[in-house]
Design a protein around this ligand. Structure first.
Ligand SMILES: Nc1ccn([C@@H]2O[C@H](COP(=O)(O)O)[C@@H](O)[C@H]2O)c(=O)n1
Ligand SMILES: C[C@@]1(CO)OP(=O)(O)OP(=O)(O)OC[C@H]1O
Length: 157
């Protein structure tokens, strides 16, 4: 049995904040994400995609942004916990497609590194992680939006 999951995330961007995408810091970013955690908008949307695929809510249910415990949290920990939950349900992710909408900086040169890192975090070959970048055409210069679909395959009852 296979199931599809879908997740999104959005954050405001501001100077003086780090921009981390798929666990990879973006060194050339003049602005980074304003967030309660480390603000990794790829990993947040991915974690939500995985949870939605097994109908288990979203990351705010497990890591509320009102809880000081999660302030500055490394989003790889969010993804790790979500993978445990999904696997406990008998499913494993088998391919991932993600889109980042961000005006600046251009990220094309980081596509392979981000795909590789996301694949390693999820335990997939790099060839199963598609990474697309879009601009907002100047409509949202201080904003990042991510969208992720994930295919989940049943591996145990
Ligand atoms: N942060 C980004 C955004 C886009 N790209 C690449 O630019 C091309 C054009 O994007 P449009 O939104 O204008 O269609 C496209 O090939 C993206 O891959 C990028 O590298 N970094
Ligand atoms: C990650 C959490 C918790 O620190 O907060 P943020 O970093 O603000 O990110 P968001 O995408 O709004 O998801 C909600 C929370 O789970």
């Amino acid at each position: 049995m296979i199931r599809v999951g879908y997740g999104e995330d959005a954050h405001r961007l501001a100077a003086g904040h780090a921009l981390i995408l798929g666990g990879v810091p973006v060194p050339s970013a003049a602005m980074g994400t304003v967030a309660h955690s480390d603000g990794d908008a790829i990993l947040h949307a991915l974690a939500d995609a995985l949870l939605s695929g097994v109908a288990m809510g979203d990351i705010g249910d497990y890591f509320p942004d009102t809880d000081p415990l999660w302030a500055g949290l490394d989003s790889r920990a969010i993804l790790g916990r979500v993978l445990e939950l999904v696997r406990d349900r008998g499913y494993t992710p088998t391919n991932i497609a993600l889109v980042v909408t961000l005006d600046k900086p251009k990220l094309g040169s980081m596509r392979a590194e981000i795909a590789r890192n996301v694949a390693a975090l999820v335990g997939l070959p790099e060839s199963e992680v598609g990474v697309s970048f879009k601009t907002s055409e100047g409509l949202a210069p201080a904003h990042i939006q991510t969208r992720v679909t994930a295919l989940l395959t049943r591996v145990k009852d």
